[in-house]
Design a protein around this ligand. Structure first.
Ligand code: GTP
Ligand code: MG
Ligand code: ZN
Ligand code: ZN
Length: 529
């Protein structure tokens, strides 16, 4: 209430007018109090929706869908088997699926973050600090704060939703994965079951310097010839795998893997055609040099072919080596020749696939030079002996001193070049002892003792009435003074049988004695002819 200073005594009165009451302000306050949570509520839902959408677009992009796809390409397979990785694509569930999940999350989160920043920036610009020269200032701090709160809450809600979604994704994937593992083992079990029922145990590598017994072949890709170490169901595929060249390969014998080129995982050389599909009959031979081993094996092979022929079965060589060998032997017979001395080098097996009445077996014959059996080291190197089977001991009667001494001068000089070098007992002892040393139970072998060259000692055999197993044992233990040998055979081997054999290749048919031996050998693996 101020008086005018210019005119004292004269008072001018002003009436007091209180400032007008700003009721609108309270209305506004009231409005915001009610509107704020509503805006925040709607905003949160909206932002959460946007967040989820941004995430979904991220997922799509990560999976290669949409115009800005960021698909993760599968890792390139190893160039070749490196002792750990196969040259094949890893099956989706065993690698790519998990990488995809991680990649999807990363891309989607990035998208969500970007959208979060963009939204926040937009609100700040509009309501909190607009650019200086903004003509239309639509600033509304309350609205701005409400929107920022909704963005924050929206992200939180979206985050929770996504956590649930992720957990669900992981569970589904995990279930698939567990299912795949179960399927994998079921497949392997079924395959092993089939092999077990067919009594297929191991594959004896026929290649020189190897002869290792392997449980399953490695295979070469039919497309690019690259080696796959283990094609069985696993991380590279359940029923087939994809080679780095793109070619599909079956994973199991029962799915047709035997049609691919089988390779020995040990020496990486080729195995016989259809390896691992048929039971094996391993027939290793031993005896002193010149005893008649190679010639007897040739005769056994020819006898086997004719026995199966007569029984309406089949006998066929299963690899190039065996095919060539059979041709040579057949030629020898046609020309009436005899085999050459076996070299000391490790020999390739001769394999014949025999089939008759639905029963099948691969006969694998392993020859070695007689010198091999004169030392423990030589015998130890014959890896195929570790597998059991039927052993063929070739005993040259001419090398038995008692018999040799009884021959007249004339026969001795005639037979001298054909006579085996060392005494049979020595070879038998050396072989049995070495097998024991390397912890091989000789009882798991069947033993066939072939008293070879029976045509050359026919007079002696006739005089002593020698023919069957029992009479051969008696003849050897009695007049031939080989009691130790006979007893050793009976003591060391579960099943043993003695045969007289004439393995001359001059005749058009194999001698009946060799057919008797072959029949007994084949019977050991259930191949009745
Ligand atoms: N008459 C006759 N000669 C045989 C018989 N078996 C083998 N021979 C001969 O005996 C000699 C030796 O035969 P091989 O089969 O080469 O003897 P091996 O035991 O393989 O000898 P190495 O390879 O040195 O270990 C050859 O001249 C054969 O022709 C047979 O049953 N009758
Ligand atoms: Mg030989
Ligand atoms: Zn390939
Ligand atoms: Zn091998």
């Amino acid at each position: 209430m101020a008086a005018s200073g210019r005119n004292p005594g004269h008072y001018t009165y002003y009436t007091y007018t209180p400032p007008p009451r700003d009721t609108a302000k309270y209305w506004r306050l009231g409005f915001w109090v009610v509107a704020f949570p509503v805006i925040v509520g709607f905003g949160t839902v909206l932002q959460a929706g946007k967040s989820v959408m941004a995430y979904t677009r991220g997922v799509a992009a990560a999976l290669g869908i949409g115009k800005d796809a960021q698909e993760l390409s599968p890792p390139v397979p190893a160039y070749e088997w490196d002792g750990r990785r196969e040259p094949a694509y890893v099956q989706y569930l065993f690698g790519q699926a998990w990488r995809d999940v991680r990649h999807t999350i990363a891309v989607a989160l990035r998208r969500q973050q970007e959208s979060f920043k963009a939204e926040g920036g937009r609100v700040l610009k509009r309501h909190v600090h607009p650019p200086e020269d903004d003509a239309a200032d639509k600033r509304n701090p309350v609205l701005g704060v409400a929107q920022l709160v909704s963005i924050g809450l929206g992200a939180l809600v979206a985050g929770l939703l996504l956590l649930v979604a992720l957990a669900a994704q992981a569970v589904v994937l995990g279930l698939f994965w567990a299912g795949a593992i179960a399927f994998l083992y079921a497949l392997r079990l079924a395959d092993s079951g089939v092999l077990y029922v067919r009594r297929i145990r191991r594959i004896t590598c026929p290649n020189q310097q190897c002869h290792e017994r392997v449980p399953y072949p490695s295979y070469k890709c039919p497309g690019c010839d690259v080696l796959h170490h283990d094609v069985r169901p696993g991380k590279y595929g359940m029923i087939h795998r994809t080679c780095r060249c793109g070619r599909h390969m079956p994973t199991l014998l029962m799915l047709g893997s035997h049609r691919m080129k089988a390779v020995c995982p040990h020496c990486l050389k080729e195995l016989e055609e259809g390896a691992g599909r048929t039971r094996e009959l391993i027939l290793p031979v031993f005896g002193s040099p010149q005893a008649g081993k190679t010639q007897l094996l040739a005769a056994v092979a020819l006898a086997t072919v004719s026995l199966l022929d007569r029984a309406r079965g089949q006998a066929e060589p299963v690899d190039d080596y065996s095919r060539t060998w059979m041709r040579t032997v057949t030629d020898l017979r046609a020309r009436g020749g005899s085999v050459t001395k076996t070299t000391k080098a490790s020999q390739h097996a001769v394999s014949l696939r025999l089939s008759r009445n639905g029963s099948r077996v691969v006969l694998k014959m392993f020859d070695a030079a007689g010198e091999t059996f004169q030392s423990a080291e030589g015998i130890r190197d014959l890896v195929y002996l570790r597998g059991g089977g039927t052993l063929l001991f070739v005993l040259d009667p001419l090398s038995v001193p008692a018999l040799w001494k009884g021959l007249d001068e004339d026969r001795r000089s005639r037979l001298e070049p054909l006579r085996a070098v060392s005494e049979p007992l020595k070879v038998l002892e050396e072989t049995v002892q070495t097998l024991h040393q390397i912890d091989i139970d000789t009882h798991k072998f069947r033993l066939a003792v072939a008293v070879s060259k029976s045509d050359l000692v026919a007079p002696e055999l006739a005089a002593a009435h020698v023919g069957d197993d029992r009479s051969i044992r008696e003849w050897l233990a009695g007049p031939l003074d080989q009691g130790l040998l006979v007893r050793s055979v009976e003591h060391e081997f579960g099943t043993a049988r003695f045969f007289l054999t004439t393995a001359t290749l001059a005749d058009r048919t194999v001698h009946a004695s060799v057919e008797t031996l072959a029949t007994w050998v084949l019977d050991g693996e259930g191949m009745r002819v």
